[in-house]
Design a protein around this ligand. Structure first.
Ligand code: AVI
Length: 310
């Protein structure tokens, strides 16, 4: 039987030193449900701050955008509930827009479309399912100006230079006068950040452990999840939040016919959630070759919705 990308990535990651798994694999059905629990945790301040900006600063954001009709393209759109706040403000300002949610999952896009039809019946919605490369290619040729949304601090899950690479990649599908609108989690007191990724109820731990359970389910593996603990760290210099699973003891695990050995207290690096300062964002904007930026922050300056103009 041919190896899937999932199997290849998991085996490569577990056979590397240090061991590595990728957070893009967190989101199977169970992982997506646990992520919804995270979004409602009191310690996970990100969605509340971003919603505050979309509610209270939408008019200020819209003032910076093209005055005539444009396409609002959303990357990794999901169910669109938060975006509806912004789209509602756009419709109130009588902007002639088409909303184009892009997502890998056709199922979530049909949830998104139904939600928009019910909530904002006058909005034109044109979902496109597929990976970023194919979906962005299909919107490149549309003749209206574009505002591309990438919300929810999703840019933070790209490691190091990969965030800049991704922004540059998206820019290749944009033209002069288009805007990139990014939801970004900002550097702040390290304890505030750490508690968002190390909650006392153990929901973030469950989110990480679910990937081991997924590997058990899908790759015929035998992880004993009680043998692993969750550990999160935040480096205030680099702004990198990292999540690890720590093997509580020396142990051996079978994964897809391979034996993976763990030393006592050996980490598996699971996720990076990068935090930025506004100066870091200005640097990224400059390096990516956008002409201007505007930052809209919440009342605590925890989060920014940043607009980069091509
Ligand atoms: C999806 N992403 C922006 C979340 C984050 O904050 O990095 C995923 C997450 N991981 C742990 N908690 C939330």
């Amino acid at each position: 039987m041919t190896q899937t990308n999932f199997e290849k990535d998991i085996l490569n990651g577990l056979q590397s030193n240090p061991k590595r798994l990728f957070s893009k694999y967190f989101y199977d059905e169970k992982g997506s449900a646990i992520f919804q629990e995270i979004m409602h945790m009191p310690e996970y301040y990100l969605p509340g701050c971003e919603t505050e900006i979309l509610r209270l600063r939408a008019k200020d954001i819209i003032r910076e955008l093209p005055s005539k009709g444009y396409d609002v393209v959303e990357l990794g759109a999901g169910d669109g509930t938060k975006t509806a706040l912004f789209l509602d403000a756009l419709l109130r300002e009588k902007k002639n827009i088409t909303y184009i949610p892009l997502d890998i999952s056709p199922d979530i896009l049909s949830v998104n479309e139904q939600f928009m039809r019910q909530k904002l019946p006058e909005l034109a919605v044109k979902p496109i399912a597929g990976d970023y490369f194919d979906t962005l290619k299909s919107i490149k040729e549309r003749d209206k100006p574009k505002v591309i949304l990438f919300l929810g601090s999703n840019i933070g899950n790209f490691e190091g230079e990969k965030a800049l690479d991704f922004i540059q990649f998206v820019k290749t599908f944009m033209s002069k006068g288009d805007y990139f609108m990014l939801g970004v989690d900002l550097k702040k007191h390290p304890r505030t950040i750490l508690s968002a990724y190390d909650d006392p109820a153990g929901i973030t731990k469950k989110f990480n452990i679910n990937l081991l359970e997924r590997i058990n389910r899908e790759l015929n593996a035998d992880f004993d999840t009680a043998g692993f603990d969750h550990y999160a760290s935040y480096d205030p210099l680099s702004g990198a939040t990292k999540s690890f699973l720590i093997s509580n003891m020396a142990q051996k695990v079978q994964v897809a016919g391979q034996t993976i050995g763990f030393h006592a207290f050996e980490p598996i690096h699971m996720e990076v959630s990068q935090k930025y300062s506004l100066e870091d964002l200005d640097q990224i904007r400059f390096k990516a070759g956008f002409s201007t930026d505007h930052h809209f922050t919440d009342s605590k300056s925890y989060f920014s919705i940043s607009l980069f103009e091509v």
